[in-house]
Design a protein around this ligand. Sequence first.
Ligand code: SPD
Length: 287
Amino acid sequence: MASLPTTFNDWIDEYHEGVRYGLNGKVLIDENSRHQRITLIESKRYGKGLLLDGRWMTAEHQERHYHECLVHPALCSAKHLNHILIIGGGDGGTARECLRHKGIEHLAMVEIDKRVVELSQKYLPSLGGDAWSDPRLQININDGITWVANAADASYDVVIVDGSDPTGPAKGLFNQAFFKNCKRILRPGGVFATQSESPEAFRQIHIETVQLIRRIFEFADPLYGSVPMYPSGWWSWTFASTDSPRYKSPFSQRVQQVSNQCEIWSPRWQQGAFEAIPAFIERELHK
Ligand code: SPD
């Protein structure tokens, strides 16, 4: 991010490979935490928003495009929902969508940056909503990579990775050792989910991430949708499991609990989104 706008009419942009992705608005907070630069903005179009190290993370009136698609394919299809793990997700949006599932007993969120949680609670309260006071949520300010490395075998029914792009603190969320640990800590019938970048703006990272997850898990598939504020607006999430591609078959009872309140996700949307694999990505994945 180049400059710091102070009036409501300035542009706040993420710069990525010669393209900028911006919102008209003003900067509310811009500080450096122990881990990264944290910027809170207020935009005309999408309300308040969050950038980490100059990259768009979320905004009040667009976050559902991202969080619903990351959470519900996994939560609607895992065999059990007793113990759920979120790596990252400090803005609270992923936790909020998870906790709409009544079957969850315990949800552990492991966020490396305490300031992301504090500033999100203060400036983006609708993201976490009731999740912040839900007794099922346990917030751990810790390194997610270390957390999965130390977790016991078969200890979670769902593992969700809601991290940033693979630079800075999120770099280690895209490698073999991390994915292997995520598989190891999943219970039988469990589902793994991660944001897997843009097939356009982060094409090579996206392809390599899906290929790597496919080498580790017996079943893995990318899902494609749009998050208009992210680079290219075209985004992906990848789901994986060990017993079957169960993430493609949501349980109808769980769907009924959440689908009426969703803006984007539905079983029908999901079915199409798994099929909407771009031809060039499909060719790469089959090489
Ligand atoms: N390029 C942005 C990728 C960000 C993915 N995580 C966003 C955090 C929202 N909870």
